[in-house]
Ligand binder design. Structure first.
Ligand SMILES: [Zn+2]
Length: 144
């Protein structure tokens, strides 16, 4: 097991609100997997709004995150299934950083979309002899 100062450093590097690194693994040619947990114990119920601490079950899976020093980064996250103590509804908790039913973080998605658009922008700009700015204006006009 990694030491506490190591995990503290990894948590700082991760820099995702409320997420704590519990363990990590580095596999050459593959990348780094961080095992993370959502810290807040109590979660608001989407049905009645009361917060609950009752865990129904754990749901662990892996999502992509931004690379770190050119290493691919994977997060093994636990999206807890909760049971509301007030109304009995079972629900999976919201994680600020990771969209539901997606296998990547919001910041990873942002980066990929941004790089794709920029790549396409500069390619298209060259093709039609336009500036990227002109194309950005076109995109804005179309509400993209
Ligand atoms: Zn409830």
């Amino acid at each position: 097991m990694p030491s506490n100062p190591e995990l503290k450093l990894m948590t700082k590097l991760l820099n995702l609100d409320g997420m704590k690194v519990k363990d990590y693994q580095f596999i050459e040619q593959v990348g780094i997997t961080l095992y993370i947990e959502h810290e807040p114990r109590a979660v608001p119920c989407p049905q009645c709004g009361k917060s609950t601490r009752k865990l129904h079950q754990n749901h662990r899976y892996v999502v992509r995150d931004l690379p770190l020093m050119e290493q691919s980064v994977y997060l093994q996250v636990n999206r807890r299934q909760m049971k509301c103590q007030n109304c009995g509804k079972k629900f999976s908790e919201d994680l600020e950083a990771i969209p539901k039913k997606r296998t990547y973080t919001k910041r990873f998605r942002q980066k990929v979309v941004q790089e794709t658009l920029e790549g396409t922008l500069s390619k298209t700009a060259r093709k039609y002899g336009l500036s990227e700015r002109e194309i950005e204006t076109m995109l804005k006009d179309l509400g993209k």
